[in-house]
Design a binder for this molecule. Structure first.
Ligand code: AMP
Ligand code: MG
Length: 399
């Protein structure tokens, strides 16, 4: 199979992957989910005209010419708390005690603050004139019936959750979370919690990949370490393929004796979409499809796994998640540090981007992930580029 560009690899995955699926979730579980359809307001909110403060609802015309010395004198006709409904009509010369959020009684058109009146028995004394609709909240002031509350493709934040709740929406149409099964290959790997014996290392990729997937809102099945033997590894992946939208493995893709993933893909009976992507790190990545499940076998080098996860897997995950935008954002930026290596092929270098400028950490080796932890971008260095000087302009992919 011929090597392809990163963009071609991503395009193949996007083309061959299934469309995202919709599901309805209760509002209580909708936080962080991506909305699958526009949701519109079904009624005006607030649903009725109401008082914005604790005071007295009255007819503004009754207070014409009122002064402290010569207050308007109104008859206290009743009381209404928020949640009550004052059903009687209020007539000229009357006032109703009302609390914040109470529906304006019929006939009233203004509210005076409680602190400003004097009450003597049944009489409410108003020391200044009120305007028509003074201290008055209109129905629909917040949300008009028919307004789009949340647009398809938007993520439900706490504020959007509240907007939906204010409209009584109890169930939300969202895109189903992408289901991703993750596994690592490598007989050298042990899990944290187990003592290291000579020749072994701790499995860090599994935590990286499963962690990133969860950060991105995926439903993750952690399969752990599959043995460095093609047939059993293939069997375990096939078992998970009925559930998963994506089978994601790290390790075993290059040309070493135990690089089993080539055979695994064959044993699975999967359709190979690509093998070998023109980029460093992560060149030996394999993309495949097994019935409805997509598969990505990424290099086991920790930084390579990280870079290819972001650059190859993320656009696919974005599509499966129902996101409108699948491409990572790109910027032009000025290098604040020199990059002393020549790049014969296309190279991605971990970096920290801020406001049009980009810094490079000291450590760049593929096997090192430590220096990537504080990074938020990759510098995308085109093939055939010489050493990069400080101040050079570069392309940056933001994570
Ligand atoms: P591989 O892609 O399997 O040839 O592995 C390349 C390098 O990455 C080797 O040094 C492996 O030991 C290391 N490696 C592979 N998988 C992991 C992992 N899950 N966690 C940490 N290092 C790994
Ligand atoms: Mg290996």
């Amino acid at each position: 199979m011929e090597d392809i560009t990163l963009e071609q690899a991503v395009e193949l995955l996007l083309q061959h992957s299934p469309q995202p699926q919709k599901e309805a979730v209760p509002l209580t579980e909708a936080l962080g989910r991506i909305v699958a359809e526009d949701i519109r307001a079904s009624f005006d909110n607030p649903p009725f005209d109401r008082s914005p403060l604790d005071g007295y609802a009255l007819i503004a015309a009754d207070t014409k010419g009122a002064t402290a010395a010569k207050p308007a004198r109104l008859r206290l006709a009743g009381e209404e708390c928020a949640g009550d409904f004052y059903a009687d009509r209020v007539h000229p010369g009357e006032a109703v005690r009302i609390m914040t959020g109470g529906a304006m009684p019929q006939g009233t058109d203004a509210v005076i603050r409680q602190e400003d009146v004097t009450v003597a028995g049944e009489e409410v004394r108003i020391p200044y004139p009120l305007r028509h609709h003074e201290n008055y909240c209109f129905a629909g002031e917040d949300i008009r019936r028919g307004a789009v509350l949340v647009t398809a493709g938007e993520t439900i934040t706490a504020a959007r959750l509240a907007v939906l709740a204010s409209q009584g929406v109890a169930s939300v149409p969202v895109w189903r979370r992408p289901r991703v099964a993750v596994a690592s290959t490598g007989d050298e790997l042990v899990m944290p919690g187990t003592p290291l014996t000579p020749g072994k290392i701790y499995n860090s990729n599994l935590f990286l990949v499963a962690g990133r997937l969860r950060e991105l809102g995926c439903d993750v099945a952690v399969m752990g370490v599959v043995p460095d033997e093609a047939e059993p590894a293939a069997r375990r992946l096939v078992e998970k393929s009925a559930w998963a939208d994506l089978l994601l493995t790290t390790g075993g893709v290059s040309v070493g004796k135990k690089d089993i993933m080539h055979d695994v893909v064959t044993y699975m009976g999967a359709e190979r979409l690509f093998q070998g992507v023109q980029m460093k790190p992560g060149y030996p990545a394999i993309g495949y499809r097994l019935k409805a499940a997509m598969g990505l076998a990424l290099s086991g080098n920790p930084f390579a796994a990280y870079a290819t996860f972001e650059l190859i897997a993320r656009p696919l995950l974005a599509k499966l998640a129902g996101r409108r935008e699948t491409a990572l954002p790109r910027r032009r930026a000025v290098l604040l540090d020199a990059f002393p290596k020549e790049s014969r092929g296309r190279r991605f270098v971990r970096a920290f981007y801020e406001e049009g400028r980009v810094r490079l950490p000291e450590q760049h080796a593929s096997g090192s992930l430590f220096s990537a932890a504080g990074c938020n971008a990759f510098v995308d260095i085109p093939p055939g580029t010489g050493k990069l000087e400080k101040g050079a302009e570069v392309d940056v992919v933001l994570l």
